[in-house]
Design a protein around this ligand. Structure first.
Ligand SMILES: Nc1ncnc2c1ncn2[C@@H]1O[C@H](COP(=O)(O)OP(=O)(O)OP(=O)(O)O)[C@@H](O)[C@H]1O
Ligand SMILES: [Mg+2]
Length: 470
């Protein structure tokens, strides 16, 4: 995420000297922070209980007891108990280093001595805000993963032999730390498989970090993946933790790996091989305990031959390849998926829709689904929104693609044959309904009725003619 997309950081400042509070407020406000100021330790506690802050900057000495800092120190433990991901920076009087050390021991993240140096104070606040974000994002993903784990196991629909074989392979390779390359057409369920690999692994208690390589501009790729240190480049205002480090203890899923810029592939390969990364601008290497998954719908072998993808990287990541078959090769999955989406969308949109009629099921089963499971889910969503009553009809689905040619007529249900013949004759007469009807031995209106039943749309010019006649 770009820093400009993030909400404005909120800082809570506490001091009983009003002039100190005011100059802190002006300084931090000029850096774009949102400030809440309070004058006592009890007000600190109350504010943190009530709302969310990215950092607290708190003086340790208050009027009642100006030297020992006891009141402020006591507050630290209570703040820790309230929210351990909230970074607290304490301010101490010049020379009282022991108090500062004691504060750090009790959970303060850093300290500032008064009178402070503006640049140092701002640098500390920036680092703490950045860290709290990384920490909270980690916590959020973890709880999200926990939710997904609870839901994801029964969510994978795999009735077809092709998909059962995939699930089988997933179960076998999930517990190992081997890298897996997931391939398959758009919308076929690669991400679903990646989640399953994580969920069925010993790392399921750790984070699953998904990164879309296609969404990261080349210039920031390295810093997003491996992190950077403050000052590594003009915009590097503070240290940044990269995705590899964030995924430690869990799984890093690099989606659309075919889009990793060639210039970055060597460093990625090194990270996967050595399980060590160094942040941009630093030579220090961090060990990262990460399981690596990647997905692509590109032909990486072809890309490698064309010199756009490193062959050594390809060999490193495709030791195990899970191929997610296109939906057209998983016929037995279509209706169970459709019913599952129907349930989800009917409840999301509070529509009392209970099923598909026969022609709708036929139309779902015979369509070739070039956009795979995602297209199916969109078609069902649209139908749920459009359907006028409790059953979805073929027309609500609006699937107009002709049936595939290789099916033998004598093996098809009569309705499919009729649908196919209508498509064929409309194709032959370039959408001219009158001529298609004539060829089929039907009246124009009888053909229209059938087209409606099968969800076949007339060409735009035909609709105009039809409505002009009505
Ligand atoms: N077997 C399945 N059972 C249930 N839902 C599925 C299944 N496969 C895919 N889906 C659903 O279909 C949609 C598309 O799946 P997913 O995002 O995993 O596809 P993808 O292959 O990663 O697509 P893309 O190539 O566009 O990134 C998602 O909403 C997903 O939840
Ligand atoms: Mg995907």
């Amino acid at each position: 995420m770009k820093s400009s997309d993030l909400p404005i950081p909120r800082i809570l400042i506490a001091d009983d000297q009003v002039d100190v509070l005011e100059s802190l407020r002006l300084l931090l406000k000029s850096e774009g922070y949102q400030i809440v100021s309070v004058t006592s330790p009890s007000a600190v506690l109350a504010s943190v209980e009530q709302s969310d802050f990215n950092s607290v900057l708190m003086d340790l000495n208050y009027a009642r007891d100006t030297t020992s800092g006891q009141e402020g120190l006591d507050m630290l433990a209570r703040l820790q108990a309230l929210d351990s991901s909230l970074p607290v920076v304490v301010m101490t009087a010049w020379g009282s280093v022991e108090v500062a050390v004691e504060a750090m021991r009790r959970g303060a993240r850093d300290f500032i001595q008064k009178p402070w140096d503006n640049a140092r104070l701002l640098a500390i606040v920036r680092t703490q805000v950045e860290l709290s974000r990384a920490l909270r994002e980690g916590l959020r993903l973890e709880s999200e993963n926990r939710l997904l784990r609870q839901r994801s196991a029964p969510m994978i629909i795999a009735n077809s032999p092709a998909m059962r074989a995939v699930l089988d392979l997933v179960h076998r390779v999930a517990p190992s730390d081997a890298s897996v390359l997931i391939t398959g057409e758009h919308g076929s369920g690669k991400e679903v498989v990646a989640r399953a690999l994580h969920d069925f692994s010993n790392r399921s208690g750790g984070p699953l970090i998904t990164v879309n390589a296609g969404g990261i501009p080349e210039g920031v790729f390295e810093s997003e993946l491996f992190g950077h240190v403050k000052g590594a480049f003009t915009d590097a205002k503070a240290d940044r933790v990269g995705y590899f480090e964030l995924a430690t203890g869990g799984t890093l899923f690099l989606d659309e790996i075919g889009n990793v810029p060639l210039s970055q592939q060597a460093k990625l390969l090194r990270a996967i091989e050595t399980r060590e990364v160094s942040r941009v601008g630093s030579s220090k290497a961090y060990r990262v305990d990460v399981r690596f998954l990647a997905a692509t719908n590109a032909d990486l072998k072809g890309e490698a031959l064309a010199g756009r993808f490193r062959e050594d990287l390809l060999f490193r990541i495709n030791t195990i390849e899970v191929r997610v078959p296109p939906l057209r090769d998983r016929h037995e999955d279509i209706l169970p998926l459709a019913h599952s989406f129907l349930g989800q969308f009917a409840s999301r949109y509070s529509k009392g829709i209970t099923g598909f009629d026969y022609a709708a099921e036929q139309s779902l089963s015979s369509y070739s689904w070039p956009g795979n499971v995602r297209e199916l889910s969109h078609a069902v969503e649209r139908a749920v929104l459009l359907a006028p009553d409790s059953t979805i009809r073929a027309a609500d689905l609006g699937l107009t693609q002709p049936l595939r040619g290789e099916v033998r007529l004598e093996e098809m249900p009569l309705e499919d044959v009729e649908r196919l013949l209508i498509h064929k004759s409309l194709e032959r007469y370039r959408g001219n309904v009158s001529r298609a009807a004539e060829a089929l031995g039907l009246s124009r209106s009888a053909l229209y009725r059938r087209m409606e039943r099968y969800g076949i749309k007339a060409a735009a010019s035909e609709e105009e003619t039809a409505s002009r006649r009505d």
